[in-house]
Design a protein around this ligand. Structure first.
Ligand SMILES: *[C@@H]1O[C@H](CO)[C@@H](O)[C@H](O)[C@H]1NC(C)=O
Ligand SMILES: *[C@@H]1O[C@H](CO)[C@@H](O)[C@H](O)[C@H]1NC(C)=O
Ligand SMILES: *[C@@H]1O[C@H](CO)[C@@H](O)[C@H](O)[C@H]1NC(C)=O
Ligand SMILES: *[C@@H]1O[C@H](CO)[C@@H](O)[C@H](O)[C@H]1NC(C)=O
Ligand SMILES: *[C@@H]1O[C@H](CO)[C@@H](O)[C@H](O)[C@H]1NC(C)=O
Ligand SMILES: *[C@@H]1O[C@H](CO)[C@@H](O)[C@H](O)[C@H]1NC(C)=O
Ligand SMILES: *[C@@H]1O[C@H](CO)[C@@H](O)[C@H](O)[C@H]1NC(C)=O
Ligand SMILES: *[C@@H]1O[C@H](CO)[C@@H](O)[C@H](O)[C@H]1NC(C)=O
Ligand SMILES: *[C@@H]1O[C@H](CO)[C@@H](O)[C@H](O)[C@H]1NC(C)=O
Ligand SMILES: *[C@@H]1O[C@H](CO)[C@@H](O)[C@H](O)[C@H]1NC(C)=O
Length: 391
């Protein structure tokens, strides 16, 4: 592994560790790290000559020791069994930014996946930051992105609503295909963090528009509008999600389990400066909503659990611990009292200073066992029909 790769890895690791440590996030400004990261990536991506990619014949060479004055290949540590041979049910592709296997960009691997394949294609992605905008089109179903850990493997880009022609197109990664899975990898938007009043600075890390999608051990890094949970049924487990305003938004039906939701809203005197969610259910006929179970809510700023992007917005928090960053009223109806009749905002068995419901807005529901049960397990997203494909 080259010193360059090492420094990138440790930087992402530092970033993620800093961000995940509530006590540190209140004393540090995460924007400094994101800006630094952006500069570093841009510097290094234009100087690829630093690393000499080796041919695929690496495994035929014996490892040469630096003491003997011989060249040590950046690929010497590359695992010999990657990618594994294809099977009847699974194809494998391999991405390494140093050129130690077939592809150096994630998009190049996605491009060769057969259209409408019924097999699963596992794209194995080595540690490092892949500075590219990635699109998984509708026809490339059944793809898995397998990273090496959400603090060491990341896909990052820096589009904003302004630069991309709308928030919906700003995603560093955009997935339109069904049955997409990601494991142990981060999705980042490293555009500058908007200042109050900035227009068009929304910057999505990933847009998920396909049905039956799962994210295991993944990171989502951004500020305003980090995770566009657009449509379809989605599962998130053991994920780290960071943002400021409306940072989990969209009209999907999603089950979030064991996830950390970390606000990086800048504290403003007495003001509210963000919301964890902006769920976009528009009518009673839509079966969408976000359920958070066994999650952790922390970070800094003063935020709502959700605000009613559309009139039938539906969000439930259960068995979740919340620090005092949650405003006492808890939720916001988008300043439209007519929505109080149609939104569904429920809390069940949550803990921590932020979960105190004494001052909650009138429309917020303290769910009883019966009301909570549809939101407490994978049946909320019909998991028994499809989740086995993702595991
Ligand atoms: C894979 O497919 C081939 C050809 O159809 C078949 O001969 C073989 O038994 C299959 N292997 C497995 C493990 O199912
Ligand atoms: C990947 O590399 C191997 C070994 O060089 C080669 O056999 C295979 O066809 C390549 N696969 C793709 C999809 O390019
Ligand atoms: C997939 O389909 C698209 C559009 O129909 C075509 O341009 C592309 O070459 C196909 N890709 C593969 C790998 O077959
Ligand atoms: C592949 O995708 C199709 C259509 O989305 C789905 O029916 C099938 O179960 C998927 N297969 C796997 C192995 O995930
Ligand atoms: C993304 O970063 C590049 C390199 O620093 C910069 O030229 C570009 O303007 C940035 N884009 C946005 C939307 O900030
Ligand atoms: C993620 O990485 C950890 C640590 O290497 C490993 O224990 C875990 O099984 C991985 N999970 C997935 C879903 O790849
Ligand atoms: C809360 O959780 C406990 C333990 O799982 C359970 O006994 C209780 O019925 C739950 N309900 C409410 C409304 O707190
Ligand atoms: C909840 O908030 C109310 C009003 O602010 C306060 O009186 C009460 O002590 C709090 N309860 C707990 C358990 O902290
Ligand atoms: C839960 O609340 C619903 C709606 O208010 C009510 O009809 C039901 O009887 C309650 N169930 C329990 C077990 O308290
Ligand atoms: C999941 O929740 C549903 C709806 O409340 C319930 O019928 C089912 O028994 C639960 N399944 C598991 C595995 O707990």
């Amino acid at each position: 592994m080259s010193p360059l790769t090492l420094s990138l890895n440790s930087l992402v690791a530092t970033l993620a560790i800093l961000a995940s440590t509530t006590s540190l996030i209140t004393t540090n400004n995460p924007s400094i790290f994101l800006n630094y990261l952006t500069k570093l990536i841009v510097t290094t991506s234009s100087s690829t000559t630093l690393v000499e990619p080796k041919s695929y014949h690496r495994h035929n060479h014996h490892r040469r020791h630096p003491d003997k004055g011989k060249v040590v290949s950046v690929c010497d540590d590359f695992p010999f069994d990657i990618p594994p041979p294809d099977t009847n049910t699974t194809s494998y592709l391999c991405v390494d930014r140093n050129g130690c296997c077939n592809f150096t960009t994630v998009q190049a691997a996605v491009d060769v996946v057969a259209n409408l394949s019924m097999k699963r294609t596992i794209i194995w992605i080595n540690s490092g930051i892949y500075y590219e905008k990635v699109m998984v089109p509708r026809t490339k179903q059944n793809i898995t992105f397998q990273g090496q850990g959400y603090t060491t493997t990341a896909i990052a880009w820096n589009d904003t609503a302004n630069s991309a022609g709308g928030t919906f197109y700003s995603g560093s990664v955009q997935v339109f295909a069904n049955n997409f899975v990601a494991k142990n990898i981060s999705f980042m938007n490293v555009a500058p963090i908007p200042s109050p009043g900035d227009v068009g600075a929304q910057a999505v890390a990933i847009r998920i528009s396909g049905d039956q999608s799962a994210f295991l051990g993944c990171g989502f890094f951004g500020a305003q509008d980090t995770l566009h949970d657009d449509k379809g049924r989605h599962y998130f487990k053991d994920c780290y999600i960071q943002g400021s305003i409306d940072f989990i938004f969209g009209n999907a039906r999603s089950f979030y389990e064991n996830c950390q939701l970390i606000s990086m809203a800048k504290p403003v005197e007495k003001g509210i400066n963000g919301a964890l969610t902006a769920q976009g259910r528009a009518s009673n006929d839509e079966n969408s909503g976000f359920a958070f179970v066994n999650c952790i809510v922390g970070g800094n700023g003063r935020v709502w659990l959700g605000r009613a992007w559309r009139p039938f917005s539906r969000v439930v928090f259960a068995y979740t611990s919340m620090t005092d960053i949650i405003a006492p009223e808890g939720w916001n109806d988008f300043n439209d009292p007519a929505r109080d009749q149609s939104i569904f905002y429920g809390e069940y068995n949550c803990t921590g200073a932020g979960a105190n419901m004494t001052m909650r807005a009138s429309y917020v529901q303290r769910l009883n066992d019966t009301q909570a049960s549809p939101f407490l397990n994978m049946s909320f997203i019909d998991g028994d029909q499809w989740l086995f494909n993702a595991m």
